[in-house]
Design a protein around this ligand. Sequence first.
Ligand code: ZN
Length: 308
Amino acid sequence: MSNFNLLKIGKLSIFSISLILLCLISFACMREKDREEKITQPIKIYTSLFVLENLTKQLIPHGEIESLITKGADPHNFEPSLKDIQKLYTANLVIYLGDTDVDRWIDKIKDELLQKGVKVLRLQDFLPMSRYTASEELDPHVWLDPLMTMQIIKIIKDEIIALNPKEKNLVEKNYLFYKEKLENLDKMYRETLLNCTLRDVISSHEFLNYLALRYNFNPHFIVHEPEDEPSPKRIKFLKDFVKKNKIEYILTEPEGEKITKSLMAEAKLEALIFDTYHKKTEKEYLSVMEENLQSLSKALKCKGNNEK
Ligand SMILES: [Zn+2]
């Protein structure tokens, strides 16, 4: 073999080795990059209701969290599109209430979601929910009671940690921070509603049951669900009832005018806005609940209520 050939083989070998090394390094780098992307990829959660989106974001603000309810839609008559349903299959976790009129459509696809590896959190299985008085159905309005909301965030917190234990410290910290705010909200409700002249409140639709049970007042409603028409018989009954009990106000969601106007006219009542937090909004849950307390304490004629 000539010197020239030896040199050539040597050069070739160095080249080959370099190439192999380069490949190995870039492969290792690629693997490392892949791994990092997997770790830093945010957890993807879909919720049925906007309030569940808002509460989940308090726990894991950097997560990809979205509710399926479209802007302006009322969950009581929300129909998901095929696209909405398909979205759920791309999630790590789906959170909903359960067999209620606002999100039972998820019950129908729950098994399929589980088969596809999507975790499903059905709050009804962990929460002490009760039935409506006007029907046999489960009453979904749990979030209007601050202490039920406290239970909800605990259940969601445990589920997120089980799904992603690396986030445990951060999620626990966020949970304790928000839990304290809910404790303060509950304290504010207790203190404001401690000394009231009335015990009965009328709302546009049947959304006050959990809140009334918690703070010891009697809830009444004009219609059961927001899409119902008020019946003349019900209006007549309530007209007599408000007169007898010196009721001056109706609590209503901002869009409840068509429900409240006949009773307001017949019984000379005023409407007070109570945001039921059904629809997508820019407002935060706690501030909405503080505003609601103002309306509630005015309706119940509470002593601590400063007329503004
Ligand atoms: Zn409702």
